[in-house]
Design a protein around this ligand. Structure first.
Ligand SMILES: NC(=O)c1ccc[n+]([C@@H]2O[C@H](COP(=O)([O-])OP(=O)(O)OC[C@H]3O[C@@H](n4cnc5c(N)ncnc54)[C@H](OP(=O)(O)O)[C@@H]3O)[C@@H](O)[C@H]2O)c1
Length: 313
């Protein structure tokens, strides 16, 4: 375990430089987060807790998980200090709260804890869609409590805190998605939190976020799922012949269906827009193949390769 840096409150949080004396007066003690609470620690929330412990970002890490047997097991983990039986109990005394449930449950959790939060508390989340969560999350907070949405572009097809890792966010993008009405000091503190967990933070509005992830995350999921769906209708023996190409292309097809239904519900319009564009691409490719237009096909293969080769390591 090593402390990389102390989670110092930004200037606005001192309540001095920007006159924001209603913002998080008790979130930090001597520059360190006094209590970090994570609700619904699975792969993402467990990784937040492990990274926060690894980098020593909070004096106390408190969790709540819905299943009693899970709470019993979590109490044996060194990366948390307390596990409470209800969300309302877990948020008592927290300066910063991370909501790490499936996207629909993030909203109901925000609504459940809102009335129990003291002025100055910060709330962030990890949900993969941002417009609805930030709108309803903001509305669920009492005066002086700040909901600042976030979406770390890190994870996997695996689930559960057993697969969580302190290094999950290392050098991965984390979107922080304030709304126009979100307090600037609160945004600064949440950006800093994700940065301290190892992420490279990009701040943008929730609608733009949803448009981008519809293309770079949700469309790939739909493509992988439907490729698997098509192949599942072929002989089962074909699967056994799969090489690296099919494994790479379909890895995310193994993601949790329940989680993905909720993501697609919340980002339906943007995913439909992205799908229509993808359909156009497939039709053009199909026409080129039908017409033996291998110049067009080669040029698409080259442009596709150039795009893929341009990914950062
Ligand atoms: N996986 C990714 O690649 C990825 C990447 C970025 C963001 N996200 C976002 O991260 C969030 C969590 O995903 P994850 O991958 O961490 O999933 P996960 O490992 O399945 O964790 C989800 C957590 O939410 C809890 N939960 C499920 N249904 C609940 C309910 N009805 N009420 C209360 N708690 C409930 C689960 O508890 P149980 O253990 O009892 O089921 C678990 O603790 C989602 O919003 C997702 O959009 C995921």
């Amino acid at each position: 375990m090593g402390r990389r840096s102390v989670l110092l409150p930004p200037a606005g949080f001192a309540g001095v430089a920007h006159g924001l004396d209603n913002v998080a007066p008790r979130a930090f003690v001597e520059g360190v987060l006094a209590q970090l609470t994570i609700l619904a620690p699975g792969l993402l929330g467990g990784s937040v807790a492990k990274a926060a412990r690894h980098y020593d970002l909070a004096r106390r890490i408190v969790l709540w998980s819905r299943r009693p047997e899970n709470r019993v097991r979590l109490r044996t983990q060194s990366w948390c200090d307390e596990v409470r039986d209800t969300p309302e109990e877990a948020v008592q005394g927290a300066g910063l709260i991370v909501l790490a449930a499936p996207v629909d449950r993030i909203i109901t959790l925000a609504q459940a804890i809102g009335p129990h939060l003291a002025p100055g508390t910060l709330v962030t989340d990890v949900g993969s869609v941002k417009a609805e969560i930030t709108r309803l999350g903001h509305a669920a907070m009492p005066p002086g409590v700040h909901f600042v949405g976030a979406h770390p572009m890190a994870g996997s097809e695996k689930t559960g805190w057993e697969n969580a890792s302190a290094s999950l966010f290392e050098r991965r993008t984390c979107f922080v998605t304030p709304r126009r009405e979100t307090d600037a000091g609160a945004v600064e503190a949440v950006v800093r939190f994700w940065h301290e967990l190892g992420a490279e933070v990009t701040t943008l509005d929730p609608d733009t976020h949803d448009e981008i992830v519809a293309h770079i995350s949700h469309l790939p999921q739909v493509v992988a799922t439907n490729l698997c769906h098509l192949l599942a209708q072929k002989s089962h023996t074909w699967r056994n012949y799969a090489g690296g190409g099919l494994r790479d292309t379909t890895r995310i097809g193994a993601g949790d269906p329940t989680m993905w239904v909720e993501i697609l519900k919340q980002n339906r319009e943007e995913v439909l827009r992205a799908l229509r564009q993808f359909e156009d691409e497939l039709h053009t490719f199909q026409a080129a193949l039908t017409n033996r237009d291998f110049t067009e096909i080669r040029s698409r293969l080259e442009r596709g390769k150039a795009y893929r080769d341009g990914f950062r390591p």
